[in-house]
Design a protein around this ligand. Structure first.
Ligand code: SF4
Length: 385
C-alpha cells in the first residue's frame, strides 16, 4: 500500500503559531499547479508503481495538505487528481483527503467538492471562540466555522476537524464547550494538538514582548485529559496521540505513515519514504519551481540507519494504539536493541507511565500526555551501523 501527499504551499494569511512551509503571495499559484502536475509525472516509476499488479504498489490514499489546499480551485484539484490516475495504479476506492479552511468552504464550494473524487475533508476549525481565532491570526471567524460544518455534514460523511488546546485564556469550561460544539455536528474524526510555541514564529515574538501569555503545560495537560475522556465517552477511539476516530474512520493516510508504509510527497517541503530512504523536497517555492522547470527533482535523500528506523518505530509505536512490539524489536533490530529498550523503559514502568501487555509496550493513561518525552528517552542515540 502506498500514498501520495501533495503539499499546497500557499495560505491567505500566516497563523501566528505556524512553522509549516507556505507563502501568502498567490502570484506563483498557476505555475505551482503545473509544476506539481509535472512532479507527479516525473516520479511515476519511483516505486515501480505503474503497471504493477502488486497491491503493495498501488496508491490507496491521496492527501492534499499544506499550507491551505482549499485555496486551489476545484478544477485545479481535479486536474492534479487526474494526473495521479493517469500515471499511477490507483485502487478502486482510494481515500482522497482535502485539508480545507472554513473561509474557503462556502455552501456552493462544498457542494461542488462533493461531486469531485474528494471523499474526506479535514477542516482547520481550531476553535469556535472568536478571541482564540483572532489571537492565533486565523483567516476565518467563528460563524464561518459553524456554517461550513453545517454545510459539509450535509454532503460528506467522512469529515475530520482540527482543534487546538492549551491556548492562553482558554479555560477548562471553554475547552469542554469547544469539544461539545464539535461533537454536535456528528463528525467521525477529530485531530487535536496543544498550542506549541515554535522558534521564529510570530507567536514566539508576541510572547517574548509580553503581548500574549506563555501557554502553560499544566493547562494543556488538563485539556488533553478532558479531550481523551470526553471523546472516548462519545465512542471515539484514541488511535494516535493527537487523533481520535470512530470505528472505520481512522485516517488511512496517516495510519499508513505511522505503520511505516511507503509514500511519495509532491511539492515544496514534502517528504517521501520508500521503505529504506527518506526524502524531502526543497522548502522554497521559487527554488522548487525552477528545479522542476529544469526537469530536475528538488529532493535530498538519506538512507535510514538501523538506529533511525528503531527510533521511528519507538516514536510512532508509542503514539499509536498499536504500541511497540517487543517481539518485532528483537526480530527486526536484534537483541542489543531489545535489551537497551527494556533497560531504558524500566523507570517509566516503575512510575506506571508505561506498561507491557502481551509483549506490547504502551503508555498508560497517566503516561499518554508525556509520550513524546518518554519516547526520546528510549531512543538509541550512539549506535552507528
Ligand atoms: S492555515 Fe495552516 S499552514 Fe497556513 S499558516 Fe495557518 S496553520 Fe499554517
Amino acid at each position: 500500500m502506498s500514498g501520495i501527499y501533495i503539499h499546497i504551499p500557499f495560505c491567505k494569511q500566516a497563523c501566528h503559531y505556524c512553522d509549516f512551509h507556505f507563502s501568502t503571495s498567490m502570484k506563483k499559484k498557476d505555475d505551482m499547479v503545473l509544476a506539481l502536475a509535472k512532479e507527479i509525472v516525473m516520479r511515476k516509476n519511483e516505486f515501480e508503481l505503474f503497471d504493477s499488479a502488486q497491491s503493495d504498489n498501488q496508491i490507496e490514499t491521496i492527501y492534499f495538505g499544506g499550507g491551505t489546499p482549499s485555496v486551489l480551485t476545484n478544477d485545479e484539484i481535479n486536474f492534479l487528481i487526474s494526473e495521479i490516475y493517469n500515471n499511477y495504479n490507483v485502487v478502486e476506492n482510494p481515500e482522497i483527503t482535502l485539508e480545507a479552511n472554513p473561509d474557503d468552504l462556502s455552501a456552493e464550494r462544498i457542494f461542488e467538492l462533493s461531486k469531485s473524487s474528494i471523499n474526506r475533508l479535514s477542516i482547520g476549525i481550531q476553535s469556535f471562540y472568536e478571541e482564540d481565532l483572532k489571537m492565533m491570526n486565523r483567516a476565518h471567524n467563528s460563524a464561518e466555522a459553524i456554517n461550513c460544518l453545517t454545510e459539509a455534514t450535509k454532503y460528506f460523511d467522512n469529515i475530520s476537524l482540527d482543534l487546538i488546546y492549551g491556548i492562553p485564556g482558554l479555560t477548562d469550561e471553554m475547552w469542554k464547550k469547544n469539544i461539545e460544539t464539535a461533537l454536535s455536528f456528528g463528525i467521525p474524526h477529530i485531530s487535536s494538538y496543544a498550542l506549541t510555541v515554535e522558534p521564529k514564529t510570530a507567536l514566539r515574538k508576541l510572547i517574548d514582548t509580553g503581548k500574549i501569555a506563555e501557554p502553560q503545560d499544566e493547562v494543556a495537560s488538563n485539556h488533553f485529559m478532558i479531550l481523551v475522556e470526553t471523546l472516548q465517552k462519545n465512542g471515539f477511539i484514541h488511535y494516535e496521540l493527537s487523533n481520535f476516530g470512530k470505528e472505520g474512520y481512522f485516517s488511512k493516510n496517516n495510519s499508513a505513515y505511522w505503520l511505516g508504509k511507503k509514500y511519495i510527497g509532491i511539492g515544496p517541503s514534502a517528504h517521501s519514504y520508500d521503505g529504506e530512504k527518506r526524502g524531502w523536497n526543497v522548502a522554497n517555492n521559487s527554488l522548487y519551481l525552477k528545479s522542476i522547470q529544469n526537469d530536475e527533482l528538488p529532493i535530498e535523500t538519506e538512507t535510514l540507519t538501523i538506529s533511525d528506523r528503531y527510533n521511528e518505530y519507538i516514536m510512532t509505536g508509542l503514539r499509536t494504539i498499536w504500541g511497540v512490539s517487543l517481539e518485532r524489536i528483537e526480530k527486526e533490530f536484534g537483541l542489543e536493541y531489545l535489551t537497551y529498550l527494556k533497560k531504558q523503559s524500566q523507570k517509566f514502568l516503575n512510575d506506571e507511565l508505561l506498561s507491557i501487555e502481551n509483549n506490547i509496550l504502551k503508555p498508560t493513561a497517566k503516561g499518554k500526555f508525556l509520550t513524546d518525552g518518554i519516547a526520546s528517552d528510549l531512543f538509541y542515540l550512539n549506535l552507528e551501523e
